[in-house]
Design a protein around this ligand. Structure first.
Ligand code: UDP
Ligand code: MG
Length: 315
């Protein structure tokens, strides 16, 4: 069945899943608990992100009144890629992405849908209770958000999560961003549209351990930083100009001492002068190259110049 003949769902739930065989029966139970509160035209999309355990078999055993689809990745491509695959595959007017480990409570979804009906295009969530997250993860997450928000033009919501809901309009805009390196949390803030943030209390993981290793977190942080901002490049450009000016001033001072000063060691002035001039110019050129790289980077992202949220005509 292709997408045009497929009946459109009202709500799509997208679950990225990596080695969660034990959780799937529990997730199934949880979904069935909410059938009265979710629209009857709900579809479930499970993105199996290269699991090496029995996740796929467990997913096939799911029993629910909703149609569901399993997308199996050829290997582990990561949470962000899994989210993206699910978003692309969804047909719902509203699409909610949430973790399979039940840390993202389903009881918030009816509230998200209510907010959409009130006119919000994007419903983001923000974790309020940090007790379920260990101290070191809390520290690194805080540091990451502080850092990224100082350096980035579009703000990334602090303690935001990938538990969010988009309507078709916002989702179409999001999926139209053509860049290869996708950092969804930043891209969602970038597209704009009427957005509301709702707080939620993250639950404890019901089974198993976090699949976000320190290296995966560091990668996400670096990815987030580089894809949301070219400011670090411009900042290093500014530093190199400052360095260039300082080197030039000192080079002039060296020349002055060489001709009018007293008691200088032979060769001091000539060596220092050459070092300062070469170093100064190198640093200036590096700064300029940085500015060009930033411009090239923005160009290669090839993002649209704007999105229209609505238009109004006098007649
Ligand atoms: N996940 C994924 N691919 C990965 C890592 C995680 O699809 O490479 C899934 C995971 O199965 C879970 C969700 O993404 O449904 C969030 O991961 P996890 O709960 O391990 O992260 P945490 O809640 O600890 O940040
Ligand atoms: Mg989790």
């Amino acid at each position: 069945m292709n997408k045009t003949t497929q009946q459109k769902a009202e709500l799509s739930l997208v679950f990225p899943i990596f080695n969660e065989e034990k959780i799937i029966p529990l997730l199934n139970k949880e979904i069935n608990k909410f059938v009265k509160k979710l629209p009857s035209k709900t579809e479930l999309i499970f993105v199996n992100d290269g699991s090496t355990d029995k996740t796929h078999d467990q997913l096939k055993k799911i029993k629910t009144k909703y149609p569901f689809k399993i997308i199996n990745f050829s290997r582990n491509f990561g949470h962000q890629a899994a989210l993206l695959a699910g978003l692309q595959e969804s047909s719902g007017e509203y699409v909610v992405t949430l973790d399979a480990d039940l840390q993202h409570p389903l009881n918030i979804i009816p509230e998200m849908l209510k907010l959409h009906k009130q006119g919000y295009d994007v419903v983001l969530t923000q974790r309020i209770d940090e007790k379920t997250i260990n101290k070191s993860k809390q520290f690194f997450t805080k540091l990451f958000y502080k850092f990224i928000n100082i350096l980035s033009d579009t703000k990334v919501l602090e303690n935001g999560s990938d538990f969010r809901s988009l309507n078709r309009k916002a989702l179409t805009a999001l999926l139209s961003l053509p860049e290869q390196r996708k950092f969804l949390r930043g891209m969602i803030q970038w597209i704009g549209y009427k957005t509301i943030i709702i707080p939620f209390q993250a639950k404890k993981r019901v089974e198993g351990v976090s699949k976000y290793s320190l290296s995966k977190m560091t990668n996400l942080a670096l990815h987030g930083l580089t894809s949301s901002s070219t400011k670090p490049l411009y900042l290093s450009g500014i530093f190199s100009i400052i360095l260039f000016i300082l080197a030039l001033i000192y080079a002039i001072y060296v020349l002055y001492v060489r001709f009018w000063g007293t008691g200088i060691v032979d060769g001091w002035a000539s060596v220092l002068f050459v070092v300062l001039i070469i170093g100064g110019f190198l640093s200036l050129f590096l700064g300029l190259i940085g500015a060009y790289i930033a411009a090239i980077y923005d160009e290669t992202k090839n993002r649209p110049g704007f999105f229209v949220s609505s238009t109004w005509n006098s007649k």
